[in-house]
Ligand binder design. Structure first.
Ligand code: MTE
Ligand code: MO
Length: 372
């Protein structure tokens, strides 16, 4: 059993798949803290978790012609200036289960919890690439990452990001060795993972083994044949993966974490809680909440760190204390967020349905009963 050596996990996690391990925290735990505690941070593994020795671990950085390739130990990586950021990581498949309710999609049945937030620390990728002699010569180039997890044929997890993002110090792409002040937990990439703030989780390669600069995107399955969006009209017979760009920055997202669907709430006052986030460093500027399915709206209170413009890498938690209209027997609670480019979420999921069930960011809806 290639999974026999996987780590032990927190019992509160809702498991979507045991082997490989995929699990999310229940919604009410997810927004209990601005920074998600490591044991309940959602986990998305495609393969068994490798068991890597931090002493013999080496990160291979392929140098450019005329530059130098680097073989970095964990100690070597600590010699680069330590950079720390708070960033939210979201899987492209977050909220896929809502898409699946419209029409079947292929993928794990994520609810609203394939998203979490941590303090990440490590070396900046741009500093390490510069040390190997890389420069931003070619703005069409890509930085390819390879994980040390692999399938029985020896194929490793891989992904890439544009070189321009990797070389931009303001993009704060990290080779992270710490998560919330501790060494990375095994499930989250021990000893080193990539963190690409504002970009889809799939590019944050864990158990990082190799970094190279290439003229083309990574040839990995997960870069070329997955994690792409399509029209609702495209099915598995007609899909042409080469025709669509790989997902990088994610669209604006929000979800209600309390109350839960089907719950009974007290009459009088109701507290609605949730999270909101947008990709590309775009800040969430407002969250609107409706108790009547979207007929009337109230503005929620935003909690959490206010962040630098263009570098809002982390989510905002939000809440609204609202009066339950007297006589109401049920509430159709809805939330939607707006980011600083005034991007909004689509009102329903059907028009954004796609065969892989990615980019599911319609208004989030929760139906509750009011106690008599
Ligand atoms: N890196 C490796 N090496 N193997 C993987 O399976 N999964 C990716 C990414 N990096 C993956 C990986 C995907 S799809 C996501 S959403 C994030 O890791 C999840 O990171 P987490 O498990 O720390 O939440
Ligand atoms: Mo993902």
């Amino acid at each position: 059993d290639p999974y026999a050596d996987d780590p032990i996990r927190h019992p509160a996690l809702k498991v979507n798949s045991q082997r490989p391990f995929n699990a999310e925290p229940p919604p009410e735990l997810l927004t209990e803290n601005y920074i998600t505690p490591n044991p309940i941070f959602f986990t998305r593994n495609h393969l068994p978790v490798p068991n890597l020795d931090p002493v013999t671990y080496r990160l291979h950085i392929v140098g450019p012609p005329g530059g130098q390739s680097l073989s970095l130990s964990l100690d070597d990586l600590h010699q680069f200036p330590k950079h720390e950021i708070t960033a939210t990581l979201q899987c492209a498949g977050n909220r896929r289960s809502e898409m699946n309710q419209i029409k079947e999609v292929k993928g794990l049945e994520w609810s609203t919890g394939a998203i979490s937030t941590a303090r990440w620390a490590g070396a900046r990728l741009c500093d390490v690439l510069a040390k190997a002699g890389h420069k931003l010569r070619d703005t069409e180039a890509h930085v390819c990452f390879e994980g040390l997890d692999s399938d029985p044929t020896g194929t490793a997890y891989g992904a890439s990001i544009p070189l321009a993002r990797a070389m931009d110090p303001e993009a704060e792409v990290l080779l992270a060795y710490e998560m919330n002040g501790e060494p990375l937990p095994r499930d989250h990439g021990f000893p080193v993972r990539v963190v690409v703030p504002g970009v889809v989780g799939a590019r944050h390669v864990k158990w990082l083994g190799k970094v190279s600069v290439e003229p083309e995107e990574s040839y990995s399955h997960w870069q070329r044949r997955d994690y792409k969006g399509f029209s609702p009209s495209v099915d598995w017979d007609s899909v042409d993966f080469d025709s669509a760009p790989s997902i990088q920055e994610l669209p604006v997202q929000s979800a209600i974490t309390e109350p839960k669907d089907g719950e009974v709430v007290e009459s009088g006052e109701v507290t609605v809680k949730g999270y909101a986030w947008s990709g590309g460093g775009r800040a969430v500027v407002r969250v609107d909440v409706s108790l009547d399915g979207g007929l009337t709206w109230q503005v929620a209170e935003l909690d959490g760190e206010k962040q630098c413009p263009q570098k809002a890498w982390a989510w905002r938690l939000w809440q609204l204390q609202a009066t339950v209209p007297p006589g109401k027997k049920e509430l159709n609670i809805v939330c939607k967020a707006v980011d600083d480019s005034y991007n909004v979420q689509p009102d329903t999921v059907a028009p954004i349905w796609n065969l892989r069930g990615v980019l599911s960011n319609a208004w989030h809806r929760v139906h509750v009963h009011v106690a008599p």
